[in-house]
Design a protein around this ligand. Structure first.
Ligand SMILES: Cc1cc2nc3c(=O)[nH]c(=O)nc-3n(C[C@H](O)[C@H](O)[C@H](O)COP(=O)(O)OP(=O)(O)OC[C@H]3O[C@@H](n4cnc5c(N)ncnc54)[C@H](O)[C@@H]3O)c2cc1C
Length: 381
């Protein structure tokens, strides 16, 4: 009797894991594909989480399909609420919480990232929420009261989106960030100041250039002595790629799980993509790079080695108060911002030392130029 060879096992049912499963099935109708996930395995759009409240979306309407529906539709197996505790590379199997094992032929890590923990004096006594998946979002939305006071820590991309969404939905939002303007790492000052005006225009109280020195249940104290009273607190200070499983298995990790152009880790039978991976262009925690990774990796797993290629990929920031699109220069790029326009409609180009355009940021009516401008930018890979 012959036993079927273990197929492709994907850890993670986020956009990375599920897009890969779909692309692989499109190219190979026969290979056995198993997705194993610590969460409920629902198909949902994570970017919607920071824009859902004002649109009246609920947990039920955010989940587009159940894990079972997706499994049937794609002809794959999905194991939900099942956490992988370790990778036994020698025996080519996963060890699951509870001790069961699962054999793999080729393994793909699509395990995402963890919210960066926020710590300040007193934070151990206060619930400071983070939102990075549907389960977190359900807990966050539960108990938000109409007209409630929200303390939002972090005015980066996700923080600004939540501020816009919550304020539009009638919450009274106070944002604290040590940076002098919102999206401080993505926008030059002129556009950042416009974003600040736009958020204030919809009622958001901004405490920029400020930090919390202490938090108590319902009350936060800032370094300028200001006090913010709140009903619920949300931290949006960034994500840290989940590397623990890979590191414990002896795979190369740095900021993320290190992969080559084939999305291969330091073990040729183990691959990684999405928020957990560190490509040759660095960690790329956005949807468009992840889609390109999934397509390239599916082709490789289906038998045609396909190196990842990435054009410049702009990100549209979901702040209807001031639409913004950004295409940041590569980390460490040397150059300066040149800003055109005034008021809400601005176009900022990041010009390198050799005069080349390396990145851009667009606001208001100019944001619509993002696709055409992206074509002029250097490839990421
Ligand atoms: C609020 C918000 C808004 C965003 N908006 C945008 C946007 O507008 N545009 C954009 O481009 N990007 C946006 N992003 C980023 C984008 O959503 C992510 O880059 C992308 O969804 C990451 O997908 P992923 O599959 O890599 O990770 P995840 O979706 O985090 O999936 C990780 C999966 O791994 C599973 N897992 C982890 N550890 C284990 C384990 N040990 N065992 C089993 N399973 C495990 C989890 O259960 C989960 O299923 C946003 C992110 C957030 C949080």
């Amino acid at each position: 009797m012959t036993t079927a060879a273990p197929g492709v096992v994907i850890v993670g049912s986020g956009l990375g894991g599920y897009t890969l499963a779909r692309e692989l099935r499109r190219l190979d109708r026969d290979v056995a594909v198993t997705v194993i996930t610590a969460d409920g395995g629902e198909v949902y759009s994570k970017p919607m989480l920071s824009a859902a409240f004002a649109q009246g979306k609920t947990i039920q309407t955010l989940a587009q399909k159940s894990a079972g529906q997706y499994a049937e539709e794609q002809g794959i197996s999905v194991m939900t609420r099942c956490r992988v505790a370790a990778i036994d590379r020698q025996a080519r199997r996963l060890i699951l919480d509870g001790g069961k094992t699962l054999a793999y032929g080729r393994l793909v890590l699509a395990v995402g990232a963890d919210p960066r923990p926020y710590r300040v004096d007193g934070s151990e006594n206060v619930t400071i929420h983070t939102v990075n998946d549907l389960d977190d979002y359900a807990v966050w939305r539960d108990g938000l009261i109409p007209g409630g006071r929200v303390l939002l820590i972090g005015a980066g991309l996700i923080g600004a989106e939540f501020a816009n969404d919550l304020a539009t939905a009638g919450q009274r939002v106070a944002v604290v960030d040590p940076a002098p303007w919102p999206l401080g790492r993505l926008l030059p000052r002129e556009l950042g100041d416009e974003m600040a005006r736009a958020l204030e225009g919809i009622g958001v109280a901004l405490h920029l250039g400020r930090s919390l020195v202490r938090v108590e249940p319902g009350r936060a104290i800032l370094d300028d002595g200001a006090v913010i009273d709140f009903d619920k607190a949300l931290s949006a200070i960034g994500l840290v790629p989940r590397v623990a499983l890979a590191a414990a298995a002896g795979l190369a990790v740095d900021k993320g799980i290190v992969v080559d152009r084939l999305l291969r880790t330091s073990d040729p039978d183990i691959f990684a993509l999405g928020d957990c991976a560190q490509t040759e262009a660095g960690p790329l925690p956005f949807v468009l790079p992840l889609m390109a990774e999934a397509k390239a990796l599916a082709a490789t797993l289906a038998g045609t080695g396909t190196p990842l290629r990435l054009p410049a990929l702009p990100v549209a920031v979901k702040t209807p108060a001031l639409p913004v699109a950004v295409c940041p220069p590569a980390p460490g790029a040397v150059g300066e911002w040149v800003v055109e326009g005034d008021g809400r409609d601005r176009k900022a180009l990041f010009i390198g030392a050799d005069g080349r355009r390396l990145g851009f940021a667009l606001s208001g009516g100019k944001a619509a130029e993002r696709q055409s401008l992206a074509k002029e930018m250097p490839d990421l890979l």
